[in-house]
Ligand binder design. Structure first.
Ligand SMILES: *Cc1c(COP(=O)(O)O)cnc(C)c1O
Length: 397
């Protein structure tokens, strides 16, 4: 997910616009800013790019998730169905809003299994967060159907899937709200940043207010604006927004390059018997930030990742052993360890995260290897990588 690979003049120009005015704040200072509104411009361009009505930029993807939950009216004691394979931020956002994460199995897409969601629903279930992991999509139409059938709010964590789509519709626009991240390892980076997108004007208004202490953003004088709700400060700075704006304009070029590199590697591996690929419900909509495949068992996957690294094939992840992206290693969550008591600590009937069993997810993640697709690989580098991968992987299938 490497926006950081293509970084240069365009980003510098946008940042200099901001530095030359000295206005780093996204609101106000109209007379001093020389017409530069980087956050607003980023929001408008992102809306156009993914065909959505509203966008509100935040300080991070995590802030965007927290803001989206609040904006959709999800809060204390609500149960929110989440996948066990995601970046921990998804779970933290649910806990920080005072709600309860409830885990549901993933399927061969490595995203929530639409067939497993219904069995996790209780009278307290309010929402589902579908996470589109590693640049590609969940069966989002079927997840949406389950949510509609049961009256649940759908939120998409599309932090890793900017620019990806399902049947021509951008990921992040299927539910009541969608979230993106622009942190340093995402497809588009602005240092730190995130976005909430929605087609619902009320959700947008709530997000816009929540992320700025409840300001209603109607007056020219901030001190005289009303504060319809309590919120917090999840604002993005103009400097970060400026970088993001330049990066966003490269998104299609980046995705095209990634797709080309991914297709070359995938084609070269597809005749290895015993090696299978992650299911991608709409291959044409894949943002191609990762190539993800399954080996026959956990042991093979673990050894293959180590051998791939030894053979110079960098950027391969065995998420079963990774501390951040799969529940197996989330000891802090299992013991609900935090710096201070959280709302969930007060609930006697909270889920027992320590003894949670998700055999279907374990069986998939333990065998999965995800390889980061880079933009700057030359033909020669790509050919060498393919040869090394073929050699290593044949040993384990
Ligand atoms: C990166 C990421 C986040 C959090 O984004 P930050 O901008 O780093 O706060 C949330 N969910 C997923 C799936 C992510 O990959």
């Amino acid at each position: 997910m490497p926006g950081f690979e293509w970084f240069g003049e365009e980003e510098r120009k946008e940042v200099l616009d901001v530095l030359n005015t000295g206005v780093l704040f996204r609101y106000g200072f109209d007379a001093m800013r020389n017409g530069h509104w980087k956050a607003k411009a980023f929001e408008a361009e992102l809306c156009r790019r993914i065909d959505v009505a509203h966008c509100h930029l935040c300080a991070s993807g995590t802030a965007a998730l927290h803001t989206a939950l609040a904006a959709c009216g999800i809060g204390a004691r609500d149960e929110v169905i989440v996948p066990p394979f995601t970046f921990i931020a998804t779970i933290e956002a649910v806990l920080n809003i005072g709600a309860i994460p409830v885990f549901s199995e993933i399927d061969r897409t490595l995203c929530l299994d639409p067939n497993d969601i219904a069995s996790r629903i209780t009278p307290k279930t309010k929402a589902v967060i579908a996470v589109h992991m590693c640049g590609a999509m969940a069966w989002i139409d079927r997840i949406r159907q389950v949510c509609d059938q049961h009256g649940l709010i759908l939120i998409e964590d599309a932090c890793q899937a900017l620019g990806a789509s399902f049947q021509g519709k951008a990921l992040g626009t299927f539910g009541k709200a969608g979230c993106f991240s622009f942190d340093p390892v995402k497809t588009v980076t602005c240092g730190e940043g995130g976005a909430v997108v929605t087609n619902d004007p009320i959700v947008y208004r709530n997000a816009d207010q929540f992320a700025d202490h409840g300001h209603d953003h109607t007056g020219s004088d901030r001190g005289l604006e009303d504060h319809p709700i309590l919120g917090t400060n999840y604002r993005i700075s103009e400097l970060n927004a400026a970088v993001g704006l330049a990066q966003l304009r490269k998104l299609d070029l980046m995705i095209n390059r990634q797709r080309k590199h991914k297709a070359a590697i995938r084609n070269a591996l597809c005749d290895i018997p015993g090696l299978s690929f992650r299911e991608v419900p709409d291959e044409a909509g894949d943002s191609a930030t990762f190539l993800t495949f399954f080996l026959p068992d956990e042991d093979a996957a673990r050894k293959a990742v180590s051998d791939l690294a030894g053979a110079g094939v960098d950027g391969c992840f065995h998420y079963y052993d990774n501390n951040w992206h799969y529940i197996r290693k989330w000891h802090h969550l299992k013991e609900l360890r935090s710096a201070a008591p959280m709302p969930i600590h007060l609930l006697p009937d909270r889920p027992d995260y320590e003894n949670i069993r998700l055999p279907q997810s374990d069986a998939l993640i333990s065998r999965a290897i995800a390889m980061l697709i880079k933009l700057n690989w030359t033909e020669a580098v790509l050919a060498k990588r393919i040869e090394a991968m073929q050699q290593v992987l044949r040993r384990y299938v």
